[in-house]
Design a protein around this ligand. Structure first.
Ligand code: HEM
Length: 515
């Protein structure tokens, strides 16, 4: 008995010593973090206990408050606190952004809790989870990520993207015909929903060669409604730290729905992957005869050890494309339509350019894309003015010096593109919409305009997204005269992507009916 008591006492003593040692370590680290953050600008709303994030009603406060302070003080970065517990460093100027992105060493890794939000949907193995907002989540994966990136890169090669022009045109046909019928009533039309269905349609066609009448069925199509719902649930959970722990979330109604939808989208993709793998095994030459989609490329990809991707790994990549590629591109397109409606002189210039290039043609050819000089400026200005992806996040895996201050490993970083896009010390009249600014000779830092991020982990879908925007916007302006509905208030709402809080309503007048 005495022996048991002394063993328990010894264990308790050991446990207490370890616990105290851990507490001392945490306090030393905390003191270090407090010393570090002394040198970094804070917001005036900062509260010593509630920090900053708890004071914000949503992501729009986060952007608004940072923007106001940057405009007043010219700050290149800020520190915001999650309660009094831990800081998030916000990079808002090319000098501070460069310190994070322009590094040859891998400086980023998973963002812990937030990562688990998408894990059941997108999986563990894909190159990266980018939730095009705020959280870019990567596995701590020097090997895996570079391997996956290498295996995926051919899927975005020029020769693969080229035939997609047909898909973009077909998607545009469906979208424009739908809108043409809708505008016959003479009422204004909410366009965000239509455009989002169109970009999802494009991805399903280009990633899986799936044509399921997606734009007409809309939410009646079970895959479409599942992807849309999953995106909504991810954002909802991201904004509510109380349901971060899995054991809480998966007991809620939303959590159960989330898992159910994950199962459904996985099964949908797996069926297509399985039957394509079988077809390829039966007739390997078929890939030489038809247009390749992302799925073909992923199925035939081999690394230097002749290892391919498993069905599960491919499924994860396909889901990632769906998530990363449709909402982002649709945001760029609907804000583009809004800008064209709001600035008629710009719209007329685009129309003149398109008419000169397309003449009577009803669709855009690959060769036409390189002649869209003015439209390219407009697309750049849209993505600056309306910051398609307002911010992305990282976590340092090595200490990193920013503006002479060493941030400890493990620090959470936000790269805030929305603020950089509107800095008066970088852009002349930053709140003015002026596409021509992008053709004026300037010696701007390349890190001052990074809608697709920079460095080795930039957006792999950049050219895909730009081509889709070119085709849809060109065809839109060719077909319709766009006017913003003055009675509808349009408000930016930065989430994972820049949304329009109550949608965007426009009046459309058909210019031409081409065969
Ligand atoms: C206008 C549309 C788009 C915008 C603004 C955009 C923006 C971005 C940004 C900012 C990143 C990097 C995030 C970071 O550095 O942390 C990124 C990464 C990524 N994007 Fe996009 N994106 C767009 C469209 C697409 C499309 C169409 C696809 C796929 C078809 C795609 C797939 C990806 C993937 C897979 C990554 C992760 C790359 C890696 O980590 O290696 N994106 N995107």
């Amino acid at each position: 008995m005495v022996e048991v008591v002394s063993l328990v006492t010894a264990l308790l003593f050991g446990f207490t010593v370890v616990l105290l040692w851990k507490i001392v370590q945490v306090l030393i680290e905390y003191k270090h973090v407090l010393d570090v953050t002394k040198h970094i600008p804070k917001l005036k709303y900062h509260h010593p206990v509630w920090g900053d994030f708890a004071m914000m009603k949503d992501m729009s406060d986060y952007h608004k408050w940072l923007m106001e302070d940057m405009q007043k003080t010219g700050a290149k970065w800020h520190v915001l606190w999650v309660l009094f517990l831990y800081p998030v460093y916000i990079m808002e100027h090319p000098d501070t952004i460069k310190a994070i992105l322009k590094s040859s060493t891998s400086k980023t890794k998973g963002v812990g809790g937030a990562y688990t939000i998408v894990e059941p949907w997108l999986g563990m193995n894909n190159i990266t989870f980018i939730i095009h907002i705020d959280v870019r989540i990567e596995r701590n994966c020097k090997f895996y990520c570079s391997r996956y990136r290498r295996l995926l890169t051919p899927a975005f090669h020029f020769d693969i993207l080229r035939p997609y022009i047909t898909e973009y045109n077909q998607v545009a046909d469906i979208l424009l015909n739908k809108l043409a019928s809708a505008c016959k009533t003479g009422q204004s039309i909410e366009i965000c929903g239509h455009v989002t269905l169109a970009t999802l349609d494009t991805l399903l066609r280009c990633a899986l060669s799936y044509e399921g009448n997606v734009q007409d069925k809309g939410d009646d199509h079970p895959y479409v409604s599942a992807v849309k719902m999953l995106t909504i649930l991810v954002i909802e959970r991201f904004l509510n730290p109380f349901v971060y722990p899995d054991f809480v979330y998966y007991r809620t109604k939303s959590g159960k729905k989330f898992l159910e939808l994950c199962d459904y989208v996985h099964e949908f993709a797996m069926k297509i992957i399985g039957s394509r793998r079988q077809a390829l095994a039966k007739n390997p030459d078929q890939v030489k005869k038809r247009r390749l989609d992302f799925l073909d490329i992923l199925l035939i990809a081999r690394d230097e050890n002749e290892q391919g991707l498993t069905d599960e790994e491919i499924r994860q990549e396909v889901d990632t494309f769906m998530f990363a590629g449709h909402d982002t591109t649709s945001s760029a397109i609907y804000w583009g339509i809004y800008a064209l409606g709001k600035y008629p002189a710009v719209q007329e210039k685009v129309y003149e350019e398109i008419t000169a290039i397309m003449g009577e043609k009803a669709s855009l050819d690959w060769e036409d894309l390189q002649h869209l000089r003015y439209l390219n400026l407009v697309i750049k200005e849209n993505m600056r003015m309306f910051s398609t992806v307002p911010a992305v996040s990282r976590q340092l895996d090595v200490p990193t010096v920013v503006e002479g201050v060493e941030l400890p490993a493990g620090s959470r970083i936000d790269i805030n593109m929305n603020i950089v896009n509107h800095r008066p010390d970088i852009w002349q009249d930053p709140m003015e919409y002026r596409p021509e600014r992008f053709e004026e000779a300037n010696s701007q830092d390349p890190y001052s305009y990074i809608p697709f991020s920079m460095g080795s982990r930039n957006c792999i879908g950049k050219n895909f997204a730009l081509n889709e925007q070119r085709v849809i916007l060109a065809r839109f302006v060719q077909r319709f005269k766009i006017k913003v509905d003055p009675s509808h208030k349009v408000e930016r709402f930065p989430e994972l992507i820049m949304k329009a809080k109550t949608g965007i309503k426009v009046f459309l007048e058909e210019r031409t009916k081409l065969s």
